[in-house]
Design a protein around this ligand. Structure first.
Ligand code: ADP
Length: 258
C-alpha cells in the first residue's frame, strides 16, 4: 500500500497512516462496530500495523469491545497517544469520557469536535486505519469523509429491506465524495442452530442481490452468532480466535485477506 496523500479535493491525510478505510452503515444496530473491530483484528493478524478509531460521539463502543478502561495520555505535541490492545492501536471518543455517558454535543460543534479529534491522534506507523463511522449518512459522516482522505469504504448491512435501503444511501454518499466502495458486508445473514438447521431470520439473499444491484463486491456474510456478540461485550472480538476454531472468525479473516 502506498502512502495516503493529501488530494486536490482538500482532504488531508492523517500523519502516521498509510491507508484509511471507513466502515459505514446506513442505520444503527446492524453490527457496524462489530464488523469494524473484527476486521481490524483480522487485518492485524495478516501482519499489518492496524489502528481502529471509533468516531461515534454519541455511542462509542471500541473501549468496551476491546475491554480497555485505560485513559490515553498526550505527548509533547499535545496529540493523544492511542491505547494498545490485542496488538492494535485504538482511539475512541469513549476513552476521553469521564463516565462513559453519551456526549451531548450538537450539529456544528459535533462536527468540529470530530474533525479535531481525527487530527490529533499520534498514530504510530499504521498500514491501515479503520474508521468506525457513526451510523447513518448525515452531516458528521459526510464531514469526516470530506475531511480525511479515505481510501475505501466498507458498508455494513443486514439482509432486511430497511437496512438495504439505507445502505444504498451510504453508497451514494461515498460516490458523492469520490471514495471507492470496497464492498458490502452482510451481517446477521442467517442463524445456524445447534441442530444443524439454518434460519434466514431477516430474509435470504438480500446482501447478494443488493451488491449486484449496486455493482459492488459482496465482501462476506456474517451469521448471527451469540459468541460473536458475547465476545464483543467481553472485550475480546471473535476474530482473535484462530480461524480454524470459529466460523465467524474465519469469515472475518477471509474478508481481511481480500
Ligand atoms: P452498530 O455499530 O451497527 O450499531 P453493533 O456492532 O454495536 O452495531 O452491534 C449491535 C449489537 O448486535 C451488539 O450488541 C453486537 O454485539 C450485536 N451483534 C452484531 N453483530 C452480531 C452477530 N453477527 N452475531 C451476534 N450478535 C451481533
Amino acid at each position: 500500500p502506498g502512502q495516503n496523500t493529501a488530494s486536490a479535493t482538500g482532504k488531508s491525510s492523517i500523519p502516521g497512516v498509510k491507508r484509511i478505510i471507513a466502515v459505514a452503515s446506513g442505520k444503527g444496530g446492524v453490527g457496524k462496530s462489530t464488523v469494524a473491530a473484527n476486521l481490524a483484528v483480522a487485518l492485524s493478524k495478516t501482519g499489518a500495523r492496524v489502528g481502529l478509531c471509533d468516531c461515534d460521539l454519541y455511542g462509542p463502543s471500541v473501549a468496551i469491545m476491546f475491554g480497555t478502561t485505560e485513559r490515553p495520555m498526550a505527548n509533547e505535541q499535545e496529540e493523544i497517544i492511542p491505547i494498545e490492545a490485542h496488538g492494535l492501536q485504538l482511539m475512541s471518543m469513549g476513552f476521553l469520557l469521564e463516565d462513559r455517558s453519551p456526549v451531548i454535543v450538537r450539529g456544528p460543534m459535533a462536527t468540529r469536535y470530530t474533525q479535531q479529534f481525527l487530527r490529533q491522534v499520534a498514530w504510530d506507523h499504521l498500514d491501515y486505519l479503520i474508521l468506525d463511522l457513526p451510523p447513518g449518512t448525515g452531516d458528521i459522516q459526510l464531514t469526516i469523509v470530506q475531511t480525511v482522505a479515505v481510501d475505501g469504504a466498507v458498508i455494513v448491512t443486514t439482509p432486511q429491506e430497511v437496512a438495504l435501503a439505507d445502505a444504498r444511501k451510504a453508497v451514494s454518499m461515498f460516490a458523492k465524495v469520490n471514495v471507492p466502495i470496497l464492498g458490502l458486508v452482510e451481517n446477521m445473514a442467517w442463524f445456524d442452530c445447534d441442530h444443524g438447521q439454518r434460519y434466514f431470520l431477516f430474509g435470504e439473499g438480500g446482501g447478494v442481490r443488493e451488491a449486484q444491484k449496486l455493482n459492488v463486491p459482496l465482501l462476506g456474510q456474517i451469521p448471527i452468532n451469540p459468541e460473536t456478540g458475547k465476545r464483543g461485550d467481553q472485550g475480546a472480538p471473535v476474530a482473535l480466535l484462530p480461524p480454524s476454531e470459529h466460523p465467524v472468525s474465519a469469515a472475518f479473516h477471509q474478508i481481511a485477506a481480500s
